[in-house]
Design a protein around this ligand. Structure first.
Ligand SMILES: [Zn+2]
Length: 448
């Protein structure tokens, strides 16, 4: 009778999972068209379905608990962070004794002990430490991340797993991605079928840009404590550079130094409200986390995972926003694919730039600042006369030094012309992006 082969006794099969059996062994009007009611559906959830949870923070703890209680037994979790004191109010799988330990490892151990039969495998590392072989072993990937770059990277990786035959997508290579995000009292849950529905890059303009204050305000007319902190962070630190290193938001000495200098500046301008916590928040760009928002969004994501795994209900199509700032509000809509999406469109991406007189650094600025690209620190190579040529490579110091001189050269001087192709590598994607230069002003045509 132990069909799962996982030690579930008769009692468990009949009682523990009876609510699931009701939706998995009966048909209904909302089922996916391919759904076939059968006890096999539960066997799949409990026996073979492999889920990857990315992030073991506020959303990740909720997701692990939800998925484990819904019957999933083969769960992997990746997180590169360790438990901090400030996590304990909402990341409920952690206790004071866990401070300093890997979030993924502590969370996995907690779930495995608390929910018999569930097997969570932790990975204390970055998502970039694994390659396609690792990711292609999962049925569904669910993300509880606070980093847009990490989301974009995993999105790019799942898209790189797709295979096309004569331009037609091979459906068996699609690994669905369920993505949750929260910010204070707002959140969203979405279902991405790579190559089929809108991906992260298709909707990149939905992510708000990092909050920045105009430099003139920071320098001349500060009105808020944030302006004073930002002044110390941006201007005073680089001037005085107390430890001769970049700011480390996790170093209490650094935060303390910024706190004291910010207090001095705030006093000069008669500004109240500078606190150590605020300094931490501004320096690390921390958005306040609300436990209830995490719980709602994670529950929505876990439900989507269950729907995708079993087909017992059609999945979310495809973007749900949640807001409980004032009352409660949710809205679901179909985010659309972008025809020339950087990640999933399979088309060469055009980059428009003024003309051959534009400098390489102008081109890099476009890659970083335009809503379409939003890159972090792109490296560029091209092929000129059949030869590979590195134009700029910021990630390797020796190559950076050698190629730095190109930044102030014009595209014309570098041998680039309208229609030239560039290979661009950036931390926002595991794949190299091919872009085609498009000059706004075509070269003067000799009319004689
Ligand atoms: Zn896309």
């Amino acid at each position: 009778m132990d069909k799962m082969g996982l030690g579930d006794g008769l009692d468990n099969l009949q009682h523990r999972w009876r609510h699931l059996r009701k939706v998995l062994e009966r048909s209904g009007p909302f089922c996916h068209p391919d759904f076939e009611p059968s006890p096999d559906n539960l066997s799949f959830v409990m026996g073979s379905c492999k889920i990857l949870v990315i992030g073991a923070g506020g959303l990740g703890c909720e997701l692990l608990k939800d998925l484990a209680l819904m019957g999933f037994k083969q769960i992997h979790v990746i997180d590169m962070d360790t438990v901090e004191l400030s996590n304990l109010n909402r990341q409920f799988l952690f206790r004071r004794r866990d401070i300093g330990q890997s979030k993924a490892e502590v969370a996995a151990k907690f779930i495995n002990t608390r929910i018999p039969g569930c097997h969570v495998t932790p990975h204390f590392c970055k998502i970039q430490d694994f390659d396609e072989t690792f990711y292609s072993a999962f049925h569904i990937v669910v993300c509880g991340l606070d980093s847009v770059v990490a989301r974009r990277w995993i999105n790019g990786l799942l898209i790189s797993l797709l295979s096309y035959k004569d331009g037609v997508l091979d459906q068996s290579t699609v690994i669905p991605m369920v993505d949750g995000g929260t910010e204070g009292f707002k959140g969203n849950a979405r279902v991405i079928l790579p190559g089929i529905t809108a991906c992260i890059e298709c909707t990149l303009d939905l992510f708000p840009p990092q909050v920045t204050f105009p430099l003139c305000t920071i320098a001349n007319t500060p009105r808020l404590p944030e302006h004073c902190i930002e002044y110390v962070k941006v201007i005073q630190w680089s001037k005085e550079n107390p430890w001769d290193v970049p700011i480390d938001g996790d170093d209490p000495q650094h935060i303390n130094w910024i706190y004291e200098k910010s207090m001095e500046r705030a006093a000069q301008f008669g500004i109240q409200g500078t606190t150590y916590r605020l300094v931490q928040g501004v320096v690390k760009n921390i958005i306040p986390a609300v436990a209830s928002t995490n719980a709602v969004v994670a529950a929505a994501c876990a439900t989507e995972v269950f729907k995708l795994a079993t087909g017992c209900c059609a999945a979310l199509d495809n973007y749900m926003v949640f807001n409980d700032v004032d009352g409660m509000y949710t809205y679901t809509y179909q985010a659309e694919r972008k025809e020339d999406c950087l990640a999933c469109s399979q088309k060469p991406k055009a980059l428009e730039i003024s003309g051959p007189e534009a400098k390489l650094e102008d081109l890099i600025t476009i890659l970083c600042e335009s809503p379409k690209f939003q890159m972090k620190s792109p490296g560029l190579t091209t092929i000129i006369d059949g030869k590979n040529r590195t134009l700029y490579m910021p990630t390797v110091t020796s190559i950076e030094e050698k190629t730095r001189v190109n930044l102030t050269k014009s595209l014309g001087e570098l041998g680039l012309e309208d229609g030239s192709q560039l290979m661009v590598a950036d931390s926002t994607s595991p794949n190299t992006l091919l872009i085609v230069l498009k000059f706004a002003t075509p070269p003067d045509v000799d009319m004689t």
